[in-house]
Design a protein around this ligand. Sequence first.
Ligand SMILES: C[S@@+](CC[C@H](N)C(=O)[O-])C[C@H]1O[C@@H](n2cnc3c(N)ncnc32)[C@H](O)[C@@H]1O
Length: 207
Amino acid sequence: MIKETYEKYVLPNILNTCCATKPIDYQRKKIVPNAKGTVLEIGIGSGLNIPFYEGSQIDKIYGLDPSPELCEKAISKAKECDMDIDFLINGAEEIKLKSESIDTVLITYTLCSIPNPADALKEIKRVMKSDAKILFCEHGIATDTKVAKWQNRINPLWSKLFGGCNINRDIPEILLDSGFKIQNLEQMYLPSTPKIVGYNYWGNASI
Ligand SMILES: C[S@@+](CC[C@H](N)C(=O)[O-])C[C@H]1O[C@@H](n2cnc3c(N)ncnc32)[C@H](O)[C@@H]1O
């Protein structure tokens, strides 16, 4: 009962606030404007990426997220822009879209929270056109062993408190293991952010 109340009423507001910091907005600006054509955003959450899309390049956006509470916030943001956005309230393990129908997959700060990223990436691959791109920006395991050690220690508790978010995932390895080719990869600690959650990986990948 307490867990359900926390996940329904408290967690969506925590995620919305934690994902709206200035350094994260700066990351969004590097990634989101590159989306074009028919876009699938995985884990659209409260819609924090919506203002960063370059509307003139977008034909349609599908915003997928299993949380109705977060989608409700994203739907309000979608009403304020003039892009065509449809919502799929579902996990990425099952995407109710046709195979080879997507030009760009956008995924920001979500691979950390998907329970089985390999299943989700298999389904993501299915809906991508052969020349489609995944644009990604994620926090993950730091290359600095001291920080990584703390990430591994704290992760079990962190994950319980923050909706299944894992702070110790190896993002490039997850993409490569699922058969994606990473075309461009950058990584660094975000400024003004605790190191255990601040190590970011971003770039793009193709099939
Ligand atoms: C930290 S939030 C990030 C939200 C958003 N992508 C952003 O950049 O602000 C993690 C998101 O992953 C979503 N999520 C959790 N499990 C998922 C799954 N199986 N498939 C897709 N999204 C999932 C959560 O509902 C949540 O919206």
